[in-house]
Design a protein around this ligand. Structure first.
Ligand code: FES
Length: 134
């Protein structure tokens, strides 16, 4: 993991300020078959991400991705819960998997619930205003 993929303290504070309304509610799936995002997939427009905030988006293939924007820089974590594969959502001060209530901090580290493995980082870049899987 490089430092470019790590959410910063600013991400945590901004997510808290945004609240749950700042991120879409995602349906949990629970079958563990979320397809991995593919390189080159455009998953969001930079302008649609709150600067200094957190937003969970879905790829066209149906995989959740947690995006953190800091100006023109975007970092990402997989939004697929490491317990049994449901989609996580932003819950003000942390990420929540609604299937069995695992909670993750904005570094992706689980701190409550049955998940024990962190959410893996995902390489993304901004190209022409699109956030693209690297
Ligand atoms: S699938 Fe996320 S807590 Fe079980």
């Amino acid at each position: 993991m490089t430092d470019q993929m790590l959410p910063t303290r600013r991400h945590v504070l901004a997510a808290a300020a945004l609240g749950a309304a700042g991120a879409p509610l995602l349906a949990g799936c629970g079958d563990g078959t979320n397809p991995a995002p593919s390189a080159g997939d455009a998953i969001a427009r930079l302008e649609d991400l709150p600067d200094g905030g957190v937003k969970v988006v879905m790829t066209n293939a149906g995989s959740p991705v947690v995006l953190f924007r800091d100006g023109e820089r975007v970092t990402a974590l997989s939004g697929v819960c490491t317990h049994q594969g449901c989609s996580v959502r932003n819950e003000v001060k942390h990420l929540l998997c609604p299937c069995h209530n695992s909670k993750f901090d904005f570094e992706g580290v689980p701190f409550e619930g049955p998940a024990t493995e962190p959410l893996p980082p995902l390489d993304v870049m901004v190209e022409g205003g699109d956030v693209v899987v690297a």
